[in-house]
Design a protein around this ligand. Structure first.
Ligand code: NAD
Length: 354
């Protein structure tokens, strides 16, 4: 018998438009919201796509700002705020992954503008009220309804150009949201269902994408999974896994999706026994042993398996373990420095979880 039903929850209000070709509905969505001057945001790498989108919007586009960068540096946001004012924009359209979406959120945090987001990775930021930003090498996180995007357009066709390596690590990033959502203190039957459905979709889709990056059905299924996993991230609190990734990204400058990909088998293994009941449906998808099953799955996809591959020095592991236990936070299994150091050492070396 499942655990007793007893919960309190709040789901984030957002309009979701999903489907191949749905980017063509952006103009309609802007008009329906009475927006007439959109500033399009992207990274430098997606600048051409941003300009093409602006051209397709005709008069509804007020300009393109293509300087979004990982971890939302505040100096980039300051330049984007000036571009927003100079363009006399009345909303933003973020076209890209978590970095571009983060910039849109940072603008909305400052001027409460309306956000239309077109995600092109599986990171999930588009459906969370969370903004991480960096200043002087320090990453801080804000959780506020003001940064939640109002309209999200998921068009799987735009993910076809996402390189295979990033598709895999970004997909594992999404899976990590769902795994932690399963044992979250605020979980409820709906978030649990979303988490398992999201993991199942990504587990089906990612092996197909590795062999055929432009497979339409797999791209659609992966993006559907990413929406579900992101929604879990935006609805319930995260624990050890996200704390470790935040520490390694913020203090050691490790890349976001890759760090999630390397750590999720190890953090799942760490919590597997304590949260066995909650994790059981996910474990069943990976052969019964969640940590080892996820590690084998990641290996089969060609994902990075070792923190040393990402540039972390062995000598940094002690400091990383210190930082990870500095501010106490909730986790199903108590977090101790020795156990975290052992986890990090295995993840650093790329060993299969014990
Ligand atoms: P990213 O946005 O940095 O994208 C990585 C690279 O891939 C960029 O150069 C980008 O332009 C390119 N790219 C993206 N989509 C592409 C596509 N379809 N085709 C070709 N190139 C494409 O990577 P990410 O992993 O999506 O985002 C990471 C950032 O998002 C981090 O800063 C992280 O902290 C943040 N994040 C925030 C939340 C939240 O809820 N606040 C959630 C997840 C991630």
């Amino acid at each position: 018998m499942a655990e007793n039903l007893c919960f309190a929850c709040r789901f984030n209000p957002a309009r979701i438009v999903f489907g191949a070709g749905s980017v063509s509905r952006l103009a309609e969505e802007l008009s329906a919201a009475d927006r007439h001057r959109a500033l399009i945001l992207s990274t430098p790498a997606q600048k051409d796509a941003a300009h093409a989108l602006a051209a397709s919007l005709k008069d509804l586009a007020a300009g393109v700002f293509a300087e979004a960068a990982m971890h939302t540096p505040v100096d980039v946001t300051a330049r984007a705020m000036s571009a927003f004012a100079a363009a006399r924009a009345d909303c933003i359209v973020a076209l890209g992954g978590g970095s571009t979406i983060g910039l849109g959120k940072a603008i909305a945090w400052r001027n409460d503008t309306m956000q239309f987001v077109i995600p092109t990775t599986y990171a999930g930021s588009e459906v969370t009220p969370i903004l991480g930003q960096t200043e002087n090498g320090m990453k801080t996180t804000i959780r506020d309804a003001k940064v939640l995007p109002e309209v999200v357009i998921y068009d799987p066709e735009l993910t076809q150009t996402l390189p295979v390596g990033l598709s895999v690590t970004s997909g594992l990033n999404a899976i990590a949201h769902a795994i932690e959502g399963l044992y979250a203190q605020e979980r409820n039957p709906v978030t649990a269902w979303m988490a398992v459905e999201g993991v199942r979709a990504l587990k089906d889709a990612l092996p197909v994408i590795v062999n055929a990056p432009r497979n339409e059905a797999a791209r659609e299924r992966a993006l559907y999974g990413a929406w579900l996993c992101g929604t879990v991230l935006g609805t319930v609190g995260m624990a050890l896994h996200h704390k470790l990734c935040h520490t390694l990204g913020g203090s050691f400058d490790l890349p976001h999706a890759e760090t999630h990909a390397v750590l999720i088998p190890h953090t799942a293994a760490y919590n597997a026994a304590t949260a066995a009941t909650e994790l059981a449906p996910a474990a069943a998808l990976f052969g019964g042993d969640l940590g080892r099953g996820l590690w084998d799955f990641a290996q089969s996809l060609g994902a990075p398996l070792a923190l040393r591959e990402l540039g972390l020095a062995r000598g940094d592991l002690h400091r990383a373990a210190d930082l990870a236990v500095q501010n106490p936070y909730w986790n199903p299994r108590p977090v101790t420095r020795d156990a975290i150091l052992a986890l990090l050492e295995r993840a650093w070396a790329g060993e299969r979880p014990t």
